[in-house]
Design a protein around this ligand. Structure first.
Ligand code: PLP
Length: 389
């Protein structure tokens, strides 16, 4: 049976064109890009082409792109570099809804003696820039706030945030892992100091990512070793994956506008269809300001895990913010920070589309989901007690 893959915020299919681009570097072109000989030199050139392609996606200059192993490494590197290169400043600001790559890193820094402020979000998952203005001081080394949230899809006001951060001389890092390639991202307009991207969220392979570092920003490497990446990240480059990442970035740039409106139309169709047919359904996250591919929806009094298992019987892949399914024992920290009621957190499902998602797939989900919700709600002791149906 065909897979209906609506879990693209977890990872994406490698685009065929990106895979093609990788293959020679897993075969005959195996030279070390740092070698002096021509055989290595051609591999080196491929990395530089990929650097140009990734840079173009966010309107950066190629020298501002450092290839890393994953979005997590990019995030860790950004925060670590800021605190190492500004030893006089001991304060970090982030939000309660960051990906663990930032959140847990900042918690670790708090245990190591840094002061960390975790900004709240409101019921719609929105961040109030005034809270940042109140929290930031001359001791703040870095503000790390994501561009768009991976669970709710909510887009943060990063332009306003840059202005606030700049006014206090701190650095601004934004995790753009979930937004790059989905809508236009322009670092020259944004003027952030650092930005994280990850290949496997945009149809490249897993295990390759990038950190944008604005020219002139003081930088301390996190992975210390050889002279690779202009001395900013040691380790022989993951050439094949970098080649594929470059191609994937080029494709994403070409599709950003058409892909975005297609995903939005399909996402909205899915959302409206589920709201119309499923009792107790409510959307989590600011409906007006979300990345176009993400729908986080709760079905009250139903277990998210149970929904996913039933969808899985039809090869429909989605994910849930309730305990266990996301590999964690805790329900989603994002939905909790948004104050989503317990009963709705447990019944939350995230559908995340890609530019490859089709109308037929969405219609299939709209056909299969309502009976599943109806059946599971009928089994729920809460619904019977409270006379919900
Ligand atoms: N940041 C965000 C917003 C993410 O969604 C993810 C992955 O889900 C990451 C960072 C981590 O990226 P990677 O899986 O490449 O380490």
């Amino acid at each position: 049976m065909k897979i209906v893959y609506l879990d693209n915020n977890a990872t994406t299919m490698v685009a065929e064109e990106a895979r093609e681009e990788m293959l020679p570097y897993l075969g005959r072109l195996y030279g070390n890009p740092s070698s002096m000989h021509t055989f290595g030199g051609q591999v080196h050139r491929k990395i530089e082409t990929a650097r140009e392609q990734v840079a173009a996606l966010i309107n950066a200059d190629p020298e501002e792109i450092i290839f890393t192993s994953c979005g997590t490494e990019s995030d860790n590197t950004a925060v670590m570099s800021a605190i190492l290169s500004r030893p006089g400043r001991r304060h970090i600001i982030t939000t309660r809804v960051e990906h663990p790559a930032v959140l847990n890193f900042c918690k670790t820094m708090a245990r190591r003696g840094f002061r960390v402020t975790f900004l709240p979000v409101d019921k719609l998952g929105r961040l109030n820039p005034d809270e940042l203005s109140e929290a930031i001081t001359d001791d703040t080394a870095i503000v790390s706030i994501m561009y768009a949230n991976n669970e709710s899809g909510v887009i943060f006001p990063v332009h306003e945030i840059t202005d606030i951060v700049k006014s206090r001389g701190a650095l601004f890092h934004t995790d753009a892992v979930q937004i790059a390639g989905k809508i236009q991202v322009d670092v020259k307009k944004l003027q952030c100091d650092m930005m994280s991207l990850s290949g496997h969220k945009m149809h490249a392979a897993k295990g390759v990512a990038a950190l944008y570092v604005k020219r002139g920003t003081r930088f301390e490497p996190y992975i210390i070793g050889g002279h690779q990446e202009a001395g900013r990240r040691g380790g022989t480059e993951n050439v094949a994956s970098i080649a594929g990442f470059g191609k994937a970035a080029e494709l994403a740039k070409g599709h950003v506008d058409s892909g975005s409106s297609k995903m939005k139309d399909l996402r909205d169709r899915l959302q409206q269809g589920l709201l119309d047919t499923c009792p107790g359904a409510r959307v989590n996250g600011d409906p007006l300001n979300r990345i176009p591919n993400t729908l986080n929806i709760s079905f009250e009094y139903v277990e998210g895990e149970a929904i996913l298992l039933r969808l899985n019987e039809y090869n429909i892949c989605a994910s849930s913010g309730s305990a266990c399914t996301s590999g964690s024992l805790e329900p989603s920290h994002v939905l909790r920070a948004m104050g989503v009621p317990f009963t709705a957190i447990h019944g939350s499902v995230r559908f995340s589309l890609s530019r490859y998602t089709t109308e037929e797939e969405i219609d299939f989900v709209l056909e299969k989901t309502p009976p599943i919700i109806k059946e599971l709600r009928a089994l729920s002791p809460y619904v019977q007690e409270e006379g919900e149906i």
